[in-house]
Design a protein around this ligand. Structure first.
Ligand code: MLC
Ligand code: AMP
Length: 502
């Protein structure tokens, strides 16, 4: 019997009384045995509901041990899990559930009533660390569950990523994709059973779920399990941890607190940053304060991790390091796809076992980004230096990254453009001291009209997750355009470069 992810991540510690999840003071929150019993009960519950291998399970759950056990249960039962940002509105959720054909949707008990409408699309149950209807059903189930056989190329997860145009695409991720990358990262970052990973990331994205959890699980390292990045709890946890993974906002928030210093980080061996650019000045300030050089790496949903600064050897601020073992990376002419000479800026293309299997039921979008010979066009513009270190210098895609969350301007513009009195709008990212970048909306009225910005905010609140909302919005007579009539977003970025400056 084989099930690649279950066998590698969960089977080795099943039934063991060793610590699995820890509290911020280092005490045990859950043992491996406790976790596997929970995951077993959940797997039996999923099977008892009639779910079959390959079926999709959509999850919008707060971060708790139960959420991770649900993921483990899906893997064990051969189901494809689809984790969703806890901030998504009902309108956003309905799209993902309908598009993926998910048969089951699990939400937080506090939202169960409000999300009843989803029942038209899928069965709805709820789960949290304090209960929920799914937890109720699981109580009656035995803790030992069969492990469903899976081949390496069978799908394990769908993660939705938006695009510059059109609706979100479901990236199909296989057992092989996840396992290959986890093995590479455990080795590259020297993770062992002796580590304790400080886990403060959300687990509905690649970073928190696949990079952080899978690396810790594969290495057999316990995790300090924080529901979110809570500065007090992170400061309390650091003396009990050896490694942390975070987005740049984690590091700037730590640096903003004078209690954070070298002594507090004295037990740590590794700080890793990714998902958004880490400013070289943050890297330097962190080293000056703690003596640690943050290890920056680069990846994306469709590919998992692609490059990493070295564990031993020079970690160069402002770069994302060389390609990881098993990852091929080249910098190409964005138009022709021809590989460019070393030192030239171009489109980053990648290939390897880590690269996803395509977008769910979107063959044209898959063909546009994933070449038949396996090279994936990342949409990131980069350059490689003579030592093989990659720097990300921009994005070929119209994307804003706020605190590690991706925001696609098109989605916001579409809502604004639909509001009374609006002719058109443009959304750009402006530098933000906490989130790195944050959206700014420029709204052009119809002739003679005066759109109500408060009403536009209400409309945004009804349709888009809070983290996507522009933190600055203003009216303008017209948008800057080039001679071809294309909106010059670069000019707007320059105009609003200081709008969030403290
Ligand atoms: C929360 N808010 C955000 C936000 N997170 N707004 C913009 N950007 C964000 N990232 C909103 C909240 O809804 C709240 O709204 C307000 O901002 C203040 O909340 P907060 O308490 O300050 O935020 P907090 O909960 O502390 O969250 C900030 C954060 C979090 C940075 C800690 O967003 C986070 O953990 N980000 C990590 C994202 C991540 O894991 N990305 C990986 C993607 S995978 P209100 O109503 O109060 O105004 C990927 C691939 C790869 O990219 O390479 O890894
Ligand atoms: P996502 O689609 O959420 O997986 O986001 C992936 C994108 O995040 C990449 O395509 C990059 O644009 C960006 N990204 C990830 N890591 C880094 C990094 N270290 N530096 C700069 N950008 C990054």
């Amino acid at each position: 019997m084989t099930n690649p992810l279950h066998d590698a991540l969960f089977a080795p510690y099943e039934g063991s009384d060793t610590p699995f999840l820890l509290n911020p003071d280092g005490t045990v929150l859950l043992t491996n045995a406790g976790f596997s019993a929970m995951a077993g009960r959940f797997a039996n519950t999923l099977t008892a509901m009639g779910l079959e291998p390959g079926d999709r399970v959509a999850i919008q759950l707060e971060k708790s041990p139960e959420t991770l056990a649900l993921v483990a249960a899906c893997i064990r039962s051969g189901l494809v899990f689809l984790p969703l940002n806890t901030g998504y509105t009902e309108a956003e959720l309905a799209y993902f559930i309908e598009n993926s054909g998910a048969r089951l949707f699990l939400c937080d008990p506090a939202k169960h009533e409000a999300l009843k409408g989803i029942e038209q699309l899928a069965r709805v149950e709820s789960l949290s660390d304090t209960g929920g209807s799914f937890a109720g059903l699981a109580e009656a189930q035995p803790s030992d569950a069969p492990v469903v056989e899976r081949a390496p190329d069978d799908l394990a997860a769908f993660l939705y990523t938006s695009g510059t145009t059109g609706r979100s695409k479901g990236a199909m991720i296989s057992h092989r994709n996840l396992l290959a990358n986890a093995q590479t990262l455990v080795e590259a970052w020297h993770f062992t059973e002796s580590d304790v990973l400080l886990h403060a990331l959300p687990i509905f994205h690649t970073h928190g779920l696949f990079v952080a959890c899978n690396v810790a699980l594969l290495a057999g390292a316990p995790m300090i399990w924080l529901p979110k990045f809570d500065l007090e709890k992170v400061l309390q946890s650091l003396p009990h941890a050896t490694a942390m993974m975070g987005v740049p906002t984690f590091y700037t928030r730590l640096l903003d607190d004078p209690r954070f210093n070298g002594a507090l980080a004295g037990h740590m061996r590794l700080f890793i940053s990714g998902s958004a650019p880490l400013l070289a000045e943050t890297h330097r300030a962190f080293e000056a304060r703690t003596g640690h050089r943050i290890l920056e790496r680069y990846g994306m949903t469709e590919t998992n991790m692609l490059t990493s600064n070295p564990y031993d050897g020079e970690r160069v601020a402002g770069t994302v390091g060389p390609p990881l073992p098993g990852v091929e990376l080249k910098v190409c002419d964005p138009e022709s796809g021809e590989e460019l000479a070393q030192g030239e800026v171009g489109m980053i293309e990648v290939r390897g076992e880590n690269v996803f299997r395509g977008y769910w039921q979107m063959p044209e979008k898959t063909a546009a980004e994933l070449r038949p010979n396996g090279w994936f066009i990342t949409g990131d513009l980069g350059v490689m230096d003579s030592k093989g270190y990659v720097s990300i210098v921009g994005r070929g895609k119209d994307l804003i990254i706020s605190g590690g969350y991706n925001i696609y301007p098109k989605e916001i513009e579409a809502v604004i453009d639909d509001q009374p009195g609006v002719l058109e709008s443009a959304v750009i990212g402006a530098p933000h001291p906490d989130f790195g970048e944050s959206p700014v909306a420029v709204v052009v009225p119809l002739p003679g009209a005066l759109p109500d910005l408060a009403q536009i905010e209400t409309a945004l609140a009804g349709s888009l997750a809070r983290f996507k909302h522009p933190r600055h919005m203003e009216l303008a007579r017209a948008l800057p355009r080039n001679t071809m009539g294309k909106v010059q977003k670069a000019a707007l970025r320059a105009q609003f470069a200081e709008v969030f400056k403290p």
